[in-house]
Design a binder for this molecule. Structure first.
Ligand SMILES: C[S@@+](CC[C@H](N)C(=O)[O-])C[C@H]1O[C@@H](n2cnc3c(N)ncnc32)[C@H](O)[C@@H]1O
Length: 277
């Protein structure tokens, strides 16, 4: 497999609402955007799939930092999403003015349910990696790049893999066959910033990914997929936040109805704001 590397002159950026609050973090996106909340909403039903009596491993090779500053737009989105009552799994962070990353949110969810999970994480940023060193139940993966995680032996025995690079929309052709292979035994959540609405070439790329996944599923009866999305913005979204769950057929089928409900109500909440001007 060719390992694509993150290009330093990445041509696209998400808007950062409050650059002062996240200064020095080198972020290409606003932590706590609708995509982050969407990912967070899927976690509880996914955690619920795992039995309480076995130790499990969560792998996150593009983990970001344990937490981010809770900036005003993120706080407003959170309150709206959770009707002013955020779940217990993030309330401790929010009270401290912090926004948990997905890995921290996942571990907290497991802790509340008394599940014994450990996390193995990596991030290209040295500073982010240093911050993970201080977190309990977390180990660093021995990598130089998150994409290399797919070659690690320990990934074969992981229970859950979050595959969340910035650029999956552009790089999916290289990692997808390996992700598919792993999905026979591991639950894999892929985040993708879906740029299909930006023009014909982008749309063709999205269609090619969809066709490839459907073809793989047809020839791999062990795996199943559930794909959900929400708009990036209420008004005239130029992109979507896509979540693609790949995994053993029985697990994905069991969790899909709940994920569908969550996705419908969350996406509708965002979109309806933009229906009238
Ligand atoms: C979208 S953020 C991750 C957010 C995090 N997974 C979460 O849900 O809270 C992407 C992260 O990937 C890191 N990154 C970018 N390119 C990478 C690479 N090639 N290998 C590992 N990490 C990378 C960035 O430093 C950034 O922190």
């Amino acid at each position: 497999m060719v390992v694509p590397f993150m290009k330093s002159n990445n041509p696209w950026q998400w808007k950062i609402a409050d650059p002062d609050a996240t200064q020095g973090m080198g972020l290409l996106y606003e932590p706590g955007n609708w995509g982050d909340l969407f990912k967070g909403l899927w976690l509880k039903p996914l955690v619920d799939l795992f039995p309480s009596d076995t130790p499990n491993t969560y792998i996150d090779p593009f983990a970001g930092r344990p937490h981010y500053p809770l900036i005003k737009p993120s706080a407003e989105r959170l309150l709206k999403t959770f009707s002013n009552t955020p779940p217990k799994s993030i309330s401790k962070h929010l009270a401290a003015g912090k926004l948990p990353s997905t890995a921290s949110w996942f571990l907290e969810e497991c802790c509340l349910q008394k599940l014994s999970w450990k996390a193995k994480v990596f991030d290209l940023s040295e500073e982010a990696r240093q911050q993970w060193l201080g977190e309990s139940k977390v180990e660093l993966l021995p990598l130089e790049d998150g994409y290399q995680s797919l070659k690690l032996e320990e990934i074969e025995t992981a229970d859950f893999l979050l595959f969340d690079p910035y650029d999956f929309f552009d790089t999916w052709r290289d990692p997808l066959p390996r992700l598919f292979e792993l999905s026979h035994s591991t639950l894999i959540l892929i985040y993708m910033f879906n740029k299909a609405p930006r023009g014909a070439g982008y749309f063709q790329n999205y269609r090619a990914l969809k066709r490839t996944l459907e073809n793989e599923l047809q020839s791999n009866p062990l795996s199943e997929m559930f794909w959900g999305r929400c708009p990036q913005d209420s008004t005239l979204p130029r992109a979507y936040h896509d979540l693609i769950l790949l995994g053993p057929k029985d697990l994905v089928r069991r969790v899909s109805p709940e994920l569908k409900e969550i996705t419908h109500s969350f996406s509708q909440m965002i979109a309806r704001e933009g229906w009238v001007e």
